[in-house]
Write a protein that binds this ligand. Structure first.
Ligand SMILES: [Zn+2]
Length: 149
C-alpha cells in the first residue's frame, strides 16, 4: 500500500501490525507508519503536519540494520530525508507543488524466503538472524543485502 501511494491505508494496516507485534520490531512498524503519515500530510498540503510527524518518525526508523526483516530501512530513511528536503525547499506556501515522484517505494524482500548459498536449503529467519538448518550457515540481518543483488 505504501508503495502504491496509498498512505492512509498503509497507516491503518501498519497500526494493526504495530498493535499485534510484541517484539521490538514494533518500533520499526511505528516508524514506517509515521513516514506513511508524513507522506499523507504532504499529499494533503499539510506542511506543519508533515514536518511534525517526520520529526517523530526519526526516533523509530533510525538505529536498525541497513536491511531489517528484508526491509531496506536505511534506504527508506534516505528517501524520506530527500522528500523532506524538497518539502522544506518548497515551504509552507508552495507545498501544493510537491512532485509525488519524490515518493520512492520501500525496497523489501516480500517473500522473506532465504536460500542457503552453501547447500541450497531453505533458511529460516528469527530476530534478524537467518540460519540454515542443514549446514549451520548464518547471516545477520545487516548482511542480507547480499540477497538483493
Ligand atoms: Zn546450508
Amino acid at each position: 500500500m505504501f508503495n502504491a501511494g496509498e498512505f492512509f491505508e498503509a497507516h491503518e494496516e501498519l497500526e494493526l501490525a504495530w498493535r499485534e507485534e510484541a517484539g521490538e520490531i514494533r518500533d520499526l512498524y511505528r516508524g514506517i507508519l509515521q513516514v506513511a503519515v508524513t507522506y499523507l500530510h504532504i499529499t494533503r498540503g499539510n506542511y506543519d503536519g508533515a514536518v511534525k510527524v517526520y520529526g517523530r518518525s526519526l526516533k523509530w526508523v533510525q538505529g536498525w540494520s541497513n536491511v531489517c526483516r528484508g526491509i531496506h530501512v536505511k534506504q527508506l530513511c534516505e528517501d524520506a530525508e530527500t522528500v523532506m528536503k524538497e518539502v522544506e525547499r518548497l515551504g509552507r506556501d508552495r507545498i501544493g507543488e510537491f512532485d509525488a515522484a519524490f515518493f520512492k517505494p520501500i525496497q523489501w524482500n516480500e517473500t522473506r524466503l532465504w536460500i542457503c548459498d552453501r547447500c541450497g536449503s531453505e533458511m529460516y529467519e528469527k530476530n534478524c538472524k537467518v540460519t540454515c538448518p542443514n549446514c549451520g550457515n548464518r547471516f545477520d540481518c545487516s548482511d542480507l543485502n547480499l540477497y538483493f543483488d
